[in-house]
Design a protein around this ligand. Structure first.
Ligand SMILES: NC(=O)c1ccc[n+]([C@@H]2O[C@H](COP(=O)([O-])OP(=O)(O)OC[C@H]3O[C@@H](n4cnc5c(N)ncnc54)[C@H](O)[C@@H]3O)[C@@H](O)[C@H]2O)c1
Ligand SMILES: [Zn+2]
Length: 650
């Protein structure tokens, strides 16, 4: 890098940082930002006389935006030095040991969210302030007060600044984005930007609706007597703040590496996004001795996890037609490795989204892969275009059957009930785990049966014979017998599975269960009024159900005769008890298997469901409770241990 390139790099970094911090809408991946940042740092080390005042290395990156009152921090807030691999850790440890060779290390997650400083005085929350430039932040107290995991008062009476990260849990993030897409609003690029954007809303009711969670990681001004950071943090958690999913005291390189590997492995299962692990000197006296650079503490470092966002190129768009006829665009991208997996496909949601992003074939894009979900395109790097990119047209005809497509709100649909893609996918769905769970009837086999003309509808499955199957490629006696047996085994299934397997639009597993419970085998002959008495079933669902039954009654009756689904058993009215009529969610490992406890609670007249919402009355948790417990806390839902549950029943 020469001086000219250095100047350009600083400009670039500042532009990217502006989009990242101020607009909460980054235009570059962290990986690329971090790489250029490192290069700038190296240049500055070699040429200290050239260091520009506005270099990102010279200041904490956030900018204080207009619209909020400025508020100075009582003590400075810092950023963190980043390291990316074992070598980086070794070098950092050498530096630390040169300053003090006796220290131990406190390791905890590096949460990917927005920093927040809380000022408590006389045990009351006085102020909530963003990090800003580290010295002055934005006063956002009203917004902060809407966050359930921020206690409004604490048992600690002396002045204290409690620092932490505001995050959005992953499931909440998915929910928000789904809702935004449904309303035709642009989805957030990632949970970090969603959290930062939600925190800095001028209207606190928007912040309140986003279910933000506060996770403390340190203190500023304080009078705490503890000599170890670990003890300080334990005290903070005791005050009513949320604990991290994993923290540990480590002695040195090997132990730090071990806990880093563990956290990296486990992070998928945590409710919040992490972008690394923070390693901090545990001894407070040593921290004070080591002090700070212009920007970061010398006693802490962020040991980053491999990036989940990468830049790649959009090669093409393919259209998939689902069982309901919805045509979904899927992006084909240049193969890119993310965390060990090669990514070649990514979701694009729908055509409104394609138009909103103005994504074109040939564009450079940022893709995000988190967990098992299909990677998403979160950003188009429009600034990188060279003019050769090609616009994407909305399809007018079904790519499979050629019939004209219909635009229904944000969805484009093939209306042809006989469309091959629709039929094949509905058979696949019929046989899938959450429906009739027919072993051995996956995508490939269904396509084979369809193409051979053996199965043109789900009814045909039940007239398959060994003879016919043996004519197919790859089918030997054993395989044919197994398939026929698993189809036979679907008979006598639970009624809800049967209803779910019909694939009625808007009627999923939960609704199917409720319909089965409410009406039993009378499920066909219901009217709208009766359907609407079921909790969770609204207008749209009821109408879709009725329309389906009207059109398909004959097939449904035939299927029922073949499959003979069984009704759920009726329970007797429970006697009065604290759980009667209550909505309950179970989580974690309990003294008995959860289905057993569920059964007992249902005998008491409780409704046990799988996900926590504001309407949940109790979350009962066992050991290793995870995201459901977290969600209960963030929503303010009452939680009970298994022992407390038993006590209430005595
Ligand atoms: N994509 C882009 O265009 C772009 C632009 C600017 C910055 N960035 C990213 O932002 C980062 C730099 O920003 P930064 O200066 O805010 O630093 P940072 O976010 O990497 O690290 C410091 C912050 O980490 C947070 N944090 C989370 N857990 C913590 C813990 N356990 N202990 C202490 N702090 C914890 C705190 O809020 C602290 O302020 C880089 O990783 C960079 O990739 C990206
Ligand atoms: Zn079609």
């Amino acid at each position: 890098m020469n001086k000219q390139e250095y100047k350009q790099a600083v400009e670039k970094l500042n532009l990217w940082a502006y989009h990242y911090y101020v607009l909460d809408d980054p235009i570059m991946t962290d990986e690329v930002y971090d790489k250029l940042y490192k290069e700038v740092e190296q240049y500055e080390e070699a040429h200290p006389e050239d260091i520009l005042k506005n270099s990102p290395t010279q200041r904490v990156g956030d900018v204080v935006s207009e619209g909020f009152a400025k508020e100075p921090h009582l003590s400075r807030m810092w950023s963190l030095e980043d390291i990316f691999d074992a070598d980086g850790l070794k070098k950092w440890l050498e530096k630390v040991y040169r300053l003090d060779s006796h220290v131990t290390f406190y390791c905890e997650p590096k949460y990917d969210g927005a920093s927040l400083n809380l000022v408590y005085e006389n045990g009351e929350l006085q102020k909530g302030i963003t990090r800003g430039d580290g010295t002055v932040g934005e006063r956002i107290t009203q917004n902060v007060k809407t966050i359930h995991t921020v206690p409004l008062s604490i048992e600690h009476k002396e002045l204290i600044e409690i620092r932490g990260e505001v995050v959005i849990f992953k499931d909440e993030f998915d929910k928000i984005n789904k809702e935004r897409l449904k309303k035709g609003e642009p989805p957030f690029a990632n949970p970090r930007n969603a959290a930062a954007g939600s925190l800095r809303q001028l209207d606190p009711s928007i912040t309140a609706a986003r279910n933000l969670v506060f996770l403390p990681y340190g203190v500023g001004v304080n009078t705490l007597p503890h000599k170890l950071l670990n003890d300080k943090m334990s005290y903070i958690y005791e005050l009513g703040f949320r604990k991290p999913p994993l923290r540990a005291i480590t002695k040195g390189y090997d132990e730090i590496e071990a806990i880093y590997e563990r956290m990296k492995e486990e992070r998928e299962s945590y409710s919040m996004m992490l972008d690394g692990m923070v390693v901090k000197v545990n001894e407070i006296a040593a921290q004070i001795d080591m002090g700070y650079t212009v920007k970061v503490p010398r006693w802490a470092v962020a040991y980053k996890f491999p990036a989940v966002e990468k830049i790649t190129r959009l090669k093409n768009i393919i259209l998939q037609v689902g069982r309901t006829g919805v045509v979904t665009p899927v992006a084909v991208v240049e193969p890119t490795e993310i965390e060990g997996a090669v990514v070649e496909r990514a979701t694009l949601h729908n055509f409104d989204e394609i138009e909103r992003m103005d994504i074109r074939i040939g564009d450079q894009v940022i893709i995000l892969r988190s967990g098992d979900v299909i990677p998403k395109i979160v950003k188009v790097l429009t600034q990188e275009r060279d003019g050769s990119e090609v616009k994407i047209e909305r399809p007018t005809h079904c790519p499979v059957c050629g019939s004209e497509l219909l635009q229904e709100e944000v969805l484009i649909k093939c209306q042809n009930l006989k469309c091959e893609a629709r039929v094949v996918n509905s058979i696949i769905y019929f046989a899938s785990k959450q429906c009739l769970n027919i072993d051995g009837l996956g995508n490939k086999i269904v396509e084979q049966l369809f193409n051979a003309g053996l199965v043109r509808s789900v009814l045909d499955l039940f007239s398959l014979t060994q003879e016919k199957l043996l004519e197919l490629e790859g089918f030997k006696e054993k395989k044919a017998q197994n398939l026929l047996r698993s189809i036979e085994n679907a008979k006598g299934c639970e009624l809800w599975r049967f209803i779910n397997a019909l694939g009625i639009e808007h009627i999923g597993e939960v609704a199917s269960k409720r319909i089965a419970e409410a009406f039993g085998l009378e499920y066909i002959h219901q009217n709208k009024e009766q359907l609407l008495t079921i909790e969770g079933i609204g207008d749209e669902m009821a109408e879709s159900y009725l329309e389906f039954m009207r059109v398909n009654e004959e097939t449904v009756v035939k299927l029922q005769e073949i499959l003979r689904p069984v009704e759920p058993k009726k329970r007797e009215e429970a006697q009065d008890n604290p759980f009667k009529g209550k909505r309950i969610v179970l989580t974690g490992t309990m003294s008995e298997p959860r289905p057993v406890i569920k059964e007992k609670l249902e005998d008491l007249g409780a409704k046990v469901s799988g996900s926590v919402s504001k309407k949940t009355d109790y979350v009962i948790y066992g050991e290793d409770a995870g995201s459901k417990y977290d969600k209960a806390i963030s929503l303010g839902v009452k939680t009970l241990t298994e022992d407390e549950l038993k006590e209430l029943l005595q």
